[in-house]
Design a protein around this ligand. Structure first.
Ligand code: LLP
Length: 385
């Protein structure tokens, strides 16, 4: 199978593990997003949570995308990277007062509000500043994303969003609030969604929600569908850019927009996953009774997705062309869950070989930890090596 192209001679002098970003692929992906969303005038806010590396953020901001943030730290990182405040949206079930105040002070585009309790606090804090906060209500559309349980969010009894049955109450209470203005409806049904029917259902559901709102005399200017478009973890070389054309076309086809309504999206993974790899060296090849273990110098501290979500990441031995063998690929962390893959077919592995863990650009670097007193790894970029 094809291997990603990596400048191995340049890797020789670098301390492993590290994240490697293919900046040409990132830019190409951004071009596709701009072209495909631009066809319909859709607004795209990159979900900063997927990767908040400053250089990655700056590259995305420079292409004119907005930012979707879930903490004050992310709002600050987005603004520092050059995202204009009027393209920043701010979600999250637990916004602290200082985080709300930061959003108010910087006049961000919109707070995506997840509960009545939060709405009351935003109203109070905005009033104290003599401002009116633009808000969108995050609604649970009850659309099944058919994805991993830990990353499904659009169903009932979730900590996220407001259940439709409670919407009437929220709207009634809002009548008496003078410092918030409802400008939109927000939804997000889950992540790593590869089955387009989930998005079809979401678009259709939004039509119903709109009708329900209109029966209460309400029409909003903005509809935000969150993120969630999945990527192909199995074929990062063959299919490096997700099918943004199909994705946006689903909404174009099914959504019934009212005059002047604006459509927003918050993709994270689909923007950055494929441009990033975690590069590690083999420390030891350990021969067990039946198994062979390739023990890497990277562990779940650098890429937690396999341990946390049983996620698959393609693993390549980029140093070897020798005949393949079968290995359990593991890290050095003192936890039995520190396994990147079992029974993985790799070109014969030697101590010192470079191993690439692919599709690590999303939820890789940003979820790194210092467990076991490990150092946070550096990042390198294809255009700066
Ligand atoms: N908008 C909201 C409100 C979200 O909660 C998320 C992701 C996104 C947008 C971006 O979703 P994306 O396009 O990346 O699917 N750490 C997990 C993924 C957690 C996603 C949380 N929310 C993983 O590694 O799979």
């Amino acid at each position: 199978m094809l291997k990603g192209t990596f400048p191995i001679e340049k890797f020789e002098v670098l301390e492993t593990p590290f994240y490697y970003y293919d900046m040409a692929l990132l830019k190409e992906t951004l071009e596709v997003i701009k072209a495909e969303s631009g066809k319909y005038g859709y607004h795209v806010h990159y979900a900063v949570k997927a990767n908040a590396n400053p250089r990655i953020l700056e590259t995305i901001a420079a292409q004119g995308l907005g930012a979707d943030c879930v903490s004050g730290g992310e709002v600050q990182a987005a603004l520092d990277a050059g995202f204009p405040a009027d393209k920043v949206v701010f979600a999250g079930v637990g916004k602290a007062d200082w985080e709300i105040n930061l959003g108010l002070d910087r006049d961000i585009f919109c707070f995506n509000v997840e509960s009545l309790a939060e709405l009351e606090v935003i109203n109070e804090l905005a009033a104290a500043k003599g401002k009116v906060a633009r808000i969108a209500l995050r609604i649970n559309p009850e659309v099944d994303a058919h994805t991993h349980a830990k990353i499904t969010t659009g169903l009932k009894e979730n900590k996220f969003g407001i259940n439709l049955s409670l919407l009437g109450k929220v709207l009634d209470t809002m009548q008496s609030m003078n410092s918030v203005r409802l400008i939109g409806i927000h939804t997000h049904i889950g992540s790593q969604i590869t089955d387009m029917s989930a998005f079809r259902n979401l678009a259709i559901r939004m039509n119903e929600i709109q009708e329900e709102l209109e029966s209460k005399g309400l029409q909003v200017e903005n509809l935000n569908f969150g993120g969630g478009l999945g990527i192909d973890y199995y074929h990062p070389n063959h299919l490096p850019i997700p099918a943004f054309d199909n994705y946006f076309a689903v909404f174009k086809k099914l959504l019934k927009l009212r005059p002047g309504q604006q459509v927003h999206f918050e993709p994270g993974r689909s923007v950055v996953a494929q441009c990033g790899s975690l590069i590690s060296r083999v420390l030891y090849v350990k021969e067990g009774e039946v198994k062979k273990f390739a023990i890497l110098d990277a562990g779940f501290t650098e890429l937690i997705r396999p341990a946390m979500y049983d996620a698959y990441h393609r693993i390549e031995n980029i140093s070897s062309d020798e005949e393949t063998d079968i290995y359990d690929v593991v890290g050095p962390i003192c936890e039995s869950s520190d396994v990147f893959g079992k029974d993985v077919e790799l070109n014969k592995v030697h101590r010192g070989d470079f191993i690439a863990l692919r599709s690590a650009g999303a939820y890789g670097e940003v979820m790194a930890s210092q467990y076991n007193c490990r150092k946070l790894p550096k990042a390198y970029y294809s255009d700066l090596l």
